[in-house]
Ligand binder design. Structure first.
Ligand code: B12
Length: 214
């Protein structure tokens, strides 16, 4: 058995009550929400491995997703995301999970943390087509396009969005960042994106650089 902490272990075991108990306890103890997100993330990676080995099935992935979402509902207020449109934003970011991919937990964390830092996020949701991304860029004038992708077979979708952006004459006006568990510098290079970010904190750093703000 791996030496996971109690929260990670409870999530791997899909022990819903224990996960919430752990999170509540740690919130009350003043723990950093980002540490709890990191622990849950570690649990999700392990759950993915169990799924690959056929020890877990789709129903377990679904349940893990539901538990993580409930945890995020508890942690979100601590990330400074008021859900209200800020009077003055640091900049607009168009965000979404690419076409044929419905994973949204990581994307939602990126959205929450960007909003919490003062960016306006236009979250297009999941299974977003290239046309939808481009329409949103045109309508909002956003300088940043953030694409989330969790499935290897949808890497070509990232490339399509970027190619279509170029065909629409917008490529030099928009910085494209990508992220999601299976993405990396190699995928960034293949798709022609500008940046790869390994987590939500990287997304914030990149947006601050692009919009020249703190
Ligand atoms: C939960 C889960 C599901 C849930 C999703 C629920 C939901 N609402 O999102 C459900 C059950 C729906 C699901 C379905 C499937 N899944 Co799934 N799933 C997972 C699992 C276990 C966890 C994903 C997750 O939420 N992680 C937690 C979040 C916080 O991490 P994250 O998304 O990586 O995000 C972080 C960073 O990557 C980054 N980030 C994310 N986006 C962005 C964007 C930008 C711009 C930046 C900078 C950063 C960034 O910030 C986040 C916070 O740090 C992963 C395992 C894994 N290793 O990822 C498999 C996994 C992704 N799934 C997999 C598969 C195969 C599937 C299915 C095809 C299964 C099937 N046979 O049907 C379907 C696909 C459905 C579809 N068309 O999309 C594979 C993908 C393999 C691959 N690389 O191609 C994985 C890796 C499991 C595995 N090891 O086999 N899944």
């Amino acid at each position: 058995m791996s030496d996971f902490n109690e929260l990670t272990q409870a999530l791997v075991e899909l022990d819903e009550d224990k996960v919430y108990q752990q999170v509540d306890q740690r919130i009350n103890a003043g723990d950093n929400p980002l540490d709890m997100i990191r622990d849950c993330n570690e649990g999700m990676v392990e759950i993915g491995k169990l799924f690959e080995k056929n020890d877990y099935y789709l129903s377990e992935l679904i349940m893990a997703g539901e538990i993580f979402k409930t945890v995020m509902a508890k942690l979100e207020p601590m990330l400074g995301n008021s859900k209200q449109k800020a009077q003055v934003t640091k900049g607009i970011v168009v965000l979404g999970t690419v076409k044929d991919d419905i994973h949204d937990i990581g994307k939602d964390i990126v959205a929450s943390m960007l909003r919490g830092t003062g960016f306006e996020v236009v979250d297009l949701g999941v299974d977003v087509s290239s046309e939808q991304f481009i329409t949103a860029i045109k309508e909002t004038g956003a300088k940043v396009l953030a694409l989330s992708c969790l499935l290897n077979f949808t890497f070509p979708e990232i490339k399509k969005v970027i190619d279509d952006l170029a065909a629409a004459g917008l490529r030099d006006k928009v910085t494209v960042m990508i992220g999601g568990a299976p993405t990396n510098e190699e995928v960034r290079n293949y798709a022609g994106a500008d940046f790869y970010g390994k987590d939500a904190a990287a997304a914030i750093t990149l947006c601050k650089e692009i919009y020249h703000c703190q």
